[in-house]
Design a protein around this ligand. Sequence first.
Ligand code: NDP
Ligand code: OXD
Length: 318
Amino acid sequence: MANRMSSSCIALLSESLDLTFLKDAFNRLHPELDVRLEPHLGRYDEIDVAVCWMPPPGQLAKLPRLQFVQSLGAGVDHILADPKFPSQVPLCRVIDPMAATAMAAYVAWAVVHRHRGMGTYLDGRRRNEWVTSTDRVAPRYTVGIAGMGAMGTQCAQALTAIGYEVRGWSRTPRSAGMAGLTVFCGAEQMQDFLADCDALICLLPLTRETEGFLSGKVFSQLARGAHIVNVGRGGHLVERDLLDALRTGQVGAATLDVSTIEPLPVDHPFWLDARILITPHIATRSSADVIVAQTVQNLASFQCGQIPDAVVDVAVGY
Ligand code: NDP
Ligand code: OXD
């Protein structure tokens, strides 16, 4: 087993990120592995594993001996977007409890910031003014979480712990498992899930079914002035619909960590509306050491003939 592992070859592929940090982590933690950073891939038929964030389209299909593809993150949409993705090759994602905890902290910050009107106090501080507010600290403020997987569940735990009334929505049925959380699933329960939510958090994977989920139709079912938090993917949001809903007041604010084009272009209209809080895809991330550890663990499982939990269903898209 150790011998097979030591002769394994790992390619690091990304069109958008410099993966030198990951090569350094592999070399430090597993010097026995042959780790190659694009464009220095050597012979394609020597590569066993591709670790990717937005791999160059068509590149994975050229690697004839791949045992599996490893995503650098929780999402795999950036890999499945390649029309030539070799769908017979298993695809693994990162499942990182620490990253989920950090996501929960980001989402709790976004919800509290808007609900408690923190922007007003921060503006006052900039003017050296002691601004008071008559805003209610409502005992009832409903937060809907679309996507109750590894990330969504941690967010629900954090938000219920600080007193919010939380609803969770998933594709398949699940039990709530915590006080303060009500669960919904599937298209048939979507209306009940959305009805009068004060904040809507998108933590869905980007798939054919979920693309454009954050649309005018969804916004119209929320409480007036609702807060949209998109920490999923830019492709979940119909940008024009958000601008329209902000104009009418149906949506009162948005916190966007992701956008269709990243970085968000400097002339994008989102920058011009102070009600849209923008962060540069930093809600959470896994450390290089975690990515390396999970890749090596998945490789060991495949080499023992086992299917790791991290394998996604390519047909469903997550
Ligand atoms: P999981 O796969 O663990 O969970 C996905 C959840 O979405 C599941 O509950 C699933 O339902 C639900 N879901 C999928 N399709 C549908 C649908 N059609 N209708 C309703 N619910 C659906 O993913 P994670 O929680 O680990 O991550 C979620 C996403 O968060 C990632 O795909 C990525 O896009 C984003 N992300 C963003 C980061 C950032 O920094 N901004 C960092 C990490 C992730 P079911 O339980 O029934 O399968
Ligand atoms: C992820 C991300 O998918 O960081 O992990 O967006």
